[in-house]
Design a protein around this ligand. Structure first.
Ligand SMILES: C[S@@+](CC[C@H](N)C(=O)[O-])C[C@H]1O[C@@H](n2cnc3c(N)ncnc32)[C@H](O)[C@@H]1O
Length: 247
């Protein structure tokens, strides 16, 4: 199994990652995370709004912002994923760059969206301060991530219903995530809810919506066994946090 840093791994596996996110056997993204996120985006007023897709990958959600009539820009650390995004959406401006140092002016965007990127960021306070800087006052940061304990659980073999062992929730920091379908291990970061919410509040970003992604009937109809795990414990959340206007 390959053991790689974030940028290297996404550069090396860009093509397989792009295909995997849309694979009908990929319960977690295709049947759970993607439909919830799309419903969430549809509920926002995005028409003619300036939107940044932060950590846009190969542009899975950038495409939706175009469909919803937003003026969208995309940025990601991985050159190879950006190459795919540019091929798929030639009229969108994409940049290769990092969340921690965004090449945009202060107060440029009405919305910053970030799908499944938080788990790769070692310092949320620093990252969110960049998000806050590029957001207009009153603008919103929409993001999804893995619930903090989802990577801490391991399955207990031979249990029915499936039992899970929980690791130490309070031990924050780097860990190796095994991504079996892509035969890949990646470095990711575990943050508690306290760290996550604290980093938002310290940057004047106040939570206005929170969603645990619970599988629906359509997800059950996928017939995939991961449905039963997803039904018992949340894997992903979605948060909307709004930049408070300060004097
Ligand atoms: C799980 S993928 C999600 C991609 C896309 N948002 C989606 O939902 O399809 C995580 C993405 O975050 C990007 N990423 C991770 N750390 C980053 C950083 N510090 N700055 C910019 N992009 C980053 C990776 O290159 C990768 O494309």
């Amino acid at each position: 199994m390959n053991n790689l840093k974030v940028k290297t791994s996404y550069d090396q596996f860009a093509g397989s990652y792009h295909n995997y996110m849309d694979d009908s056997h990929n319960f977690w993204n295709k049947w759970l995370e993607y439909p919830h996120t799309i419903r969430f985006l549809n509920s926002q007023d995005l028409k003619d709004k300036n939107v940044l897709d932060l950590g846009c990958g190969s542009g899975r959600y950038t495409k939706e912002f175009v469909r919803l009539g937003a003026k969208v820009s995309g940025i990601d650390k991985s050159e190879k994923l950006i190459e795919i995004a540019e091929r798929e959406l030639p009229n969108v401006e994409f940049k290769v760059g990092s969340v921690e140092k965004l090449p945009y002016q202060n107060s440029s965007f009405d919305y910053v969206f970030s799908g499944l990127v938080i788990d790769y960021l070692p310092d949320l306070k620093k990252a969110f301060s960049e998000v806050c800087r590029v957001l207009k006052p009153g603008g919103s940061f929409l993001f999804s991530g893995h619930v903090p304990y989802s990577f801490l659980t391991t399955k207990v073999k031979g249990t029915e219903p499936q039992a899970f062992l929980l690791g130490n929730y309070f031990e924050e920091g780097k860990f190796e995530r095994e991504w079996a379908p892509l035969n890949l291990k990646q470095i990711q970061y575990h943050h508690t809810f306290q760290t996550l919410v604290g980093a938002l509040v310290q940057n004047n970003l106040y939570i206005t919506e929170y969603l645990d992604m619970k599988p629906d009937e359509e997800a059950e109809r996928s017939g995939l066994k991961d449905y039963y795990e997803a039904f018992m414990k949340p894997k992903f959340y979605l948060i909307k946090a709004t930049k408070v206007i300060t004097k």
